[in-house]
Design a protein around this ligand. Structure first.
Ligand code: AMP
Ligand code: MN
Ligand code: MN
Ligand code: MN
Length: 287
């Protein structure tokens, strides 16, 4: 059976492959389907969809939006969103505005800490509309302040580190509802990622998000232990939720994660895509 990857980033946000190069790589890996889920932008979707027309790979237009709930940061994937939807476009524009304010303050802080770095340089590094911490980190590595991007996050950019600056995030309820209005389905991305959660509270969080309209959870992800993966599959089945899977591929900026296989051993079957696609079609009554 063929494999899929429903969580990737391109040069439109903080990835290093263009949207059409994402399709070419998916094709060379013989994937059945791939989703482009850039942070806070739909800029790459047109190029992504037109590249997919010349290929056998099924392309899912998507977006990843960081939201807030209960003082926590919850990442939501919108899959099959209409990239021309104006309400979603306005929300993303507002989010990018808050990101720009954050970037400005973060760079001021970095300069105060003695790093020679300007917004202009980071903009050149990013290329696209969405400038993120990985671009800042990559530049600090190029300027030889640090050896790796991971080191930059560890010493200054990760949450809690000395130059971390938070940004204003939309409420998860608003994000889910706008994704639905744009024809998409809303997925909780990496519910147990990086916070080292042991899943104990995850189930009650999922139940709450279902009441806000959540459609599914990312049950395959490179950072999960086997136990976490199985737990998420079990919750999805108990709660009648959809499941998705993806690697969070970013290209060379996060070189330890490969498309489709993650750290080398991830394998997301095509059936995950087929079931999700059927759910999406039913949801929007196009069957
Ligand atoms: P931003 O959206 O600008 O706040 O930056 C967040 C992005 O930084 C995430 O989407 C990841 O691509 C990357 N990231 C977050 N934490 C780390 C980390 N500890 N090491 C490397 N990259 C990270
Ligand atoms: Mn990223
Ligand atoms: Mn994320
Ligand atoms: Mn991501």
């Amino acid at each position: 059976m063929k494999k899929i990857d429903l969580h990737t980033h391109s040069t439109s946000s903080d990835g290093t492959l263009s949207p059409s190069a994402i399709i070419r790589m998916a094709e060379s890996l013989d994937l059945a389907a791939v989703a482009l889920t850039d942070h806070d932008t739909l800029d790459g979707i047109q190029e992504f969809l037109s590249a997919a027309k010349q290929s056998k790979v099924k392309a899912v237009p998507g977006v990843e939006i960081a939201s807030t709930w209960n003082l926590r940061e919850i990442h939501v994937l919108g899959l099959w969103v209409d990239h021309a939807n104006s309400e979603l476009g306005e929300l993303l524009k507002k989010i990018r505005g808050n990101r720009e304010k954050r970037n400005y303050e973060m760079l001021e802080g970095l300069r105060k800490s003695g790093f020679d770095i300007t917004l202009e340089e980071v903009k050149n590094e990013a290329g696209g509309d969405v400038i993120g911490r990985p671009h800042v980190a990559s530049l600090l590595v190029k300027k030889k302040y640090f050896k790796t991007i991971k080191d930059v996050f560890g010493s200054c950019l990760a949450r809690g580190a000395q130059n971390y600056v938070s940004r204003i995030l939309p409420e998860i309820a608003e994000v889910i509802s706008i994704i639905h209005n744009a024809g998409g389905i809303a997925i909780w991305a990496h519910p147990v990622h990086r916070n080292k959660s042991n899943c104990t509270n995850v189930k009650s969080d999922i139940i709450h998000f279902i009441s806000l309209g959540l459609d599914g959870i990312e049950a395959y992800y490179p950072e999960y232990s086997e136990k976490q993966h199985k737990m998420l599959l079990k919750y999805a089945s108990e709660l009648n939720l959809q499941i998705t899977g993806g690697t969070d591929f970013h290209g060379e900026i996060l070189p330890s994660i490969s498309m489709a296989t993650g750290r080398g051993n991830l394998s997301i079957p095509e059936t995950v895509y087929t079931e999700l696609k059927n759910y999406h079609l039913k949801q929007f009554k196009r069957l």
